[in-house]
Design a protein around this ligand. Sequence first.
Ligand SMILES: Cc1ncc(C[n+]2csc(CCOP(=O)(O)OP(=O)(O)O)c2C)c(N)n1
Length: 317
Amino acid sequence: MLSREDKLKMYSTMLLIRRFEEKAEELYMAGKIWGTFHLYIGEEAVATGACFALRPDDYITSTHRGHGHCIAKGADVKKMMAELMGKATGYCYGLGGSMHIADLEGGNLGATGIVGSAIPIAVGAALACKLQKNGRVVLCFFGDGAANTGAFHEAVNMASVFKLPVVFLCENNQYAMSFPVHKAFAIPDIAERARGYGIPGVTVDGMDVLAVYEATKEAVERARSGLGPTLIEARTYRFKGHSKSDKGVYRTKEEVQMWMERCPIKRLRALLIEEGVPEEALREIEKKVEETIEEAVRFAEESPEPDLERARCMVYA
Ligand SMILES: Cc1ncc(C[n+]2csc(CCOP(=O)(O)OP(=O)(O)O)c2C)c(N)n1
């Protein structure tokens, strides 16, 4: 059973992801972040609920939309912000940017810009965990678009055959760039695919952090006890465009509005109030999150640029 403290921690994590993203967008518009990145706004309950079901020494693999996964797994937002701003103090010394953040100490094996490519990596890591008998589980985040890559099928099949300690968590946010899920799949539920690999499949409300937590907890327990993988499909929605260059012409304002009304943060806040948490306690968390973000921006702005020597060190031939 989750305690009140657990739920408050979930609230704080979701809010930290939301504010991190909003600040990153603001910095991008001010010309302080270059290139592009993919915002996770709207999907906070998935990363938060799922990572809450993990032990600190468990692993995750991430995607091109990875800031939320990173934060939920416990990354330092100062180092994340510095990475986005191309500073030497960032996770990749400012040379990787948004889509290359890994936090090995925190068990985050990394983000990737190649759709679907982290799914076999998660299976490889799970095989290593099994061989090393270290009791760790790997949670693999990927999108609905990634579920239609060949790598998905090969990886899930192998994980099932070898009964590996991995949880496949598909973030079905309804679109792969501008392509809607109902045109990309011949079945209504992505979780149905689990049957083809002989593993359990479950669809959850990805706007409900508690539902995501419960489903992931069960899957993690199954994986840790040697029974093999589970496929979880979390139905969610990205409130913002696919990337910073998205004009959003493929979806209606009404659709976006309808999903925004289901905001996972507002929903948990309302539940906490209903359960008797005083407004004051929530405002305290909200203030602390604002301060953490301000501190991250200050840290990133005051950090040095990477030097040329560092750039040379990162070239492999
Ligand atoms: C192998 C590969 N093919 C195509 C792309 C271009 N691309 C970038 S994101 C994306 C859509 C991914 O959709 P999904 O997996 O559902 O994740 P979401 O963006 O919805 O979080 C595509 C096709 C890519 N980066 N890598």
